[in-house]
Design a protein around this ligand. Sequence first.
Ligand SMILES: [Zn+2]
Ligand SMILES: [Zn+2]
Length: 265
Amino acid sequence: MLIETHMHLGDTRFDEDRDVVLARAVEAGVEWFVEIADEPREWDRAIALSRARPERVRCTLGLHPYYADQWTSELGEKLLSMARLPEVVGAGEIGLDYFKYCTVPADRQKEAMRGMLACSWEAGLPVVVHCRDAYADLVPILEEFFQGKALPAGRRYFGVVHCFSGTAEEARRCAGAGFALGVDGPITYPKNNDLRTALKGAGLEALVLETDSPWLPPQSGRGKRNEPRAIAEICERLSELFELEKEKVAGATTRNARDLFALPQ
Ligand SMILES: [Zn+2]
Ligand SMILES: [Zn+2]
């Protein structure tokens, strides 16, 4: 059995066939799905998506760096109150993005990230961290915030650095700070040897599977809309990388994902 720890199935590109897409993933062995809301406008949609499918889907509520200028303490209060809902298993995406498409200044991004980190911690929620071209700033913030904090009962990670794309050293530091690393489609791209080396160095105990659908299709679907059934292909590539049977990699990453989001057995 597999767990999809990061999808955006609420995206309008799934309006025509959302349940067909989920059924295809279930057929490919995916048992649980975590829907990720990137901005407050999407929070209710993510909760509704989960509420309609309580046996398979949970969600997280976030403020992606693209929307960091929407950060206010009132938003933090709203997260605290919504964290009590049974559908909500985490906070995110939150984080830093220094690639050219993100127009929010770095200082404002950091302020929003710190604010969301504090509220997530107070709410007892693990965080889903987004990082693009910003590991040098992001890793020290995580190390500093979680230093000396004890993991909540029954959890093995403070959160996940989703779609991990850093170096081997950054992978080691994120795992050392109590974070899982999200593995997506890019692990299947032929030229991504450095990424594979970094993930192998972090070890299977640090890894969870995700697709980031509709983004980041694996090699077999490049240029197309991605969907959660690609979890099976990512698992297969990971089993080649670790030279382990697929079932072993599926079992380990599924356990990690359950421990990350405290999903039902
Ligand atoms: Zn992201
Ligand atoms: Zn995402």
